[in-house]
Design a protein around this ligand. Sequence first.
Ligand code: OGA
Ligand code: MN
Length: 320
Amino acid sequence: MSSVSQGTDFHYIAIKELHPTFGAEISGVDFSKPVTKEVFAEILAAINKYGVCVFRNTGLDDAGHIAFAAQFGELDDVTPYIAGGRAHRLSDVRLFDVGNIDLDGGVFALDNVRREWNKGNGLFHVDSSFNPRRAGYSLLRAAELPPGGLGGETEFADSRSAFDDLESHLQDHLRVQNFIAAHSLWHSRKLASPSTFADVNPDEYPMGRHRLVQTHEGSGRETLYLAAHIHHIEGLEADVSTALVERLLAHATQARYVLRVGWENVGDLVLWDNTSVMHRAVGGEFEGRFRRDMRRATVHDGSLAAWGLNERSEIRQGLP
Ligand code: OGA
Ligand code: MN
């Protein structure tokens, strides 16, 4: 029996485990009408336990996607990303436009600057840790997919198991120091595309402050709240901070903690918990050639750690 399969009974939904320590494909949910209380309670139990839940062929459209996401809590929106005047391609500001389609409906050309902006999604991260209130759950839906075999999968990394497996002296050190990490959207953009963001100094923008080691509220397990957005760890010299962040990220993203989810059909939806797993977009030959229209609804975290050590402000970061 795998290490995650004990302890929870499911009566309404069926679970197929996807990895020895996390991730599940869920079937038995009827998305043609609002998800009932009983079914929703089991989905919540599943996501708390597995961190990633894959739903195939949901048949959901934009409105149904938003309605399902709203059952998890208050939704974030893209207004910070369109504040500079760029139009939003999708029907609703509560859907983040994370695919590769331009406003004119064409695939991003290989030299489109938005490709450079999006490259940060190719680094393991969590959503919106740079904002005062972080994201809890994210729900990503395929609206149009490139042909199979050309890339475009999404990978997940199990941050709870990564913490469990650290040497105990390092676990104790991290618990005792109780480090605060400063997360910056601009830091991860620069990491992924140094030349595009050469003139941007992350220090000039707000950062989100969160504990590095946390207890995941949904499962009671300890976890590493890691992301490519981490610019520094407070109280450490820059080189020591960078070395620790790189070491922990390298540890937590080893192949044994990673689950690759392939997108099979339009309407596939993946739900993940940003407070227990990281994720990244996998590139491929489809880029610059085929449409990959991906839409994400993002639920503001409702846990006690949602705001980290941040002031409860409405100021959110966004790309122009
Ligand atoms: C996201 C994201 C990855 C992908 O939607 O938050 O990082 O594979 N997407 O598109
Ligand atoms: Mn993301």
